[in-house]
Design a binder for this molecule. Structure first.
Ligand code: FMN
Length: 286
């Protein structure tokens, strides 16, 4: 009998110092259940349910200052109380063998809580994205106008965080094609390539978390464009590190995607379109 080829997404991958046992990543998913911005004990259960030995989990976006909060009851990382509350959650996830990165909006104190690494949220119309995109950035100083100028703030933030935690433990999420919060760009391809070649590669950032063009909404019918994964190939080729793609992948699309060399796939576990929880990957439903 012919041996069954391994499912590409379930093959191991070495991401820098991290030995991942498969390539399905839990993406950051804001839950607004960290009451008073303090991580709650129930979050250990939530993340552990999605932890697999050698799997990569990214936290919901964590605010790193009082003024960085975009929604109520998102977890914070700017007080000692918040950092201490994260520690047992991080410990529990790591005890399950998973790798745990904190997604942050600005440079902060993420790693004091014991996370394996940090992901900078430079996507979805939040502060860094507002500098990157020409629909939102109307500055006429050194931080506006040319691509280089619009990328200056991102460069400074990413450089500062890389200096703090090390580029080998740093991921950056960008969404050049998205238009959340009316934040879009007239030339997303050029923007993406500039960020990748001009900012992420020179710094040696561990991974680029790319919200792909599949998430672009078709203005005629309001539906997602959902193009083939080939759409992201130029960006994957341009980035020297691990490329993590997200946005609009269901199980079928993920299986159709080319063998993911240097590529991880972050899929939205809350829609349960693909197994991203521990029990599904282990084949023991709960
Ligand atoms: C409920 C919900 C919360 C989300 N929270 C975040 C977040 O905190 N940070 C972030 O970068 N993206 C966030 N996203 C976007 C997801 O990480 C993911 O990129 C997006 O859902 C596209 O993947 P999908 O098509 O598999 O859902 C969120 C999405 C959903 C549905």
């Amino acid at each position: 009998m012919e041996p069954i080829p391994p499912t590409p997404l379930l093959t191991p991958y070495k991401m820098g110092q991290f030995n991942l046992s498969h390539r399905v990543v839990l993406p950051p998913l804001t839950r607004c259940r960290a009451y008073g911005n303090v991580p709650q004990p129930h979050m250990a259960r939530y993340y552990c349910q999605r932890a697999t030995p050698g799997g990569l989990l990214i936290t919901e976006a964590c605010a790193v200052s009082e003024t960085a909060r975009g929604y109520p009851d998102v977890p914070g990382l700017w007080t000692d109380e918040q950092v201490e509350a994260w520690k047992p959650i991080v410990d529990a996830v790591q005890a399950n063998g998973a790798v745990f990165f904190a997604q942050v909006w600005h440079t902060g104190r993420a790693t004091t809580a014991g996370f394996d690494g940090v992901e900078i949220h430079a996507a979805h119309g939040y502060l860094i994205d507002q500098f990157l995109k020409d629909s939102a950035n109307d500055r006429d100083d050194d931080y506006g106008g040319s691509l280089k100028n619009r990328c200056r703030f991102a460069t400074e933030v990413i450089t500062a965080v890389a200096g703090e935690v090390g580029a080998h433990r740093l991921g950056v999420r960008i969404s050049p094609f998205s238009d959340y919060m009316d934040c879009h760009d007239s030339d997303p391809e050029a923007l993406a390539l500039h960020v990748i070649r001009g900012v992420l590669n020179p710094l040696g950032v561990l991974y680029c978390h790319f919200v792909g063009p599949r998430m672009r909404v078709n203005p005629d019918d309001g539906k997602l464009a959902l193009q083939h994964m080939d759409m992201v190939l130029p960006f994957r080729r341009a980035f020297m590190g691990t490329f993590m793609v997200t946005g609009g992948y269901n199980q079928k699309a993920a299986q159709l995607s080319p063998t993911p060399m240097r590529t991880l796939l972050a899929m939205d576990g809350c829609s349960w379109r693909i197994p991203t929880c521990q029990s599904d990957l282990r084949g023991t439903p709960r």
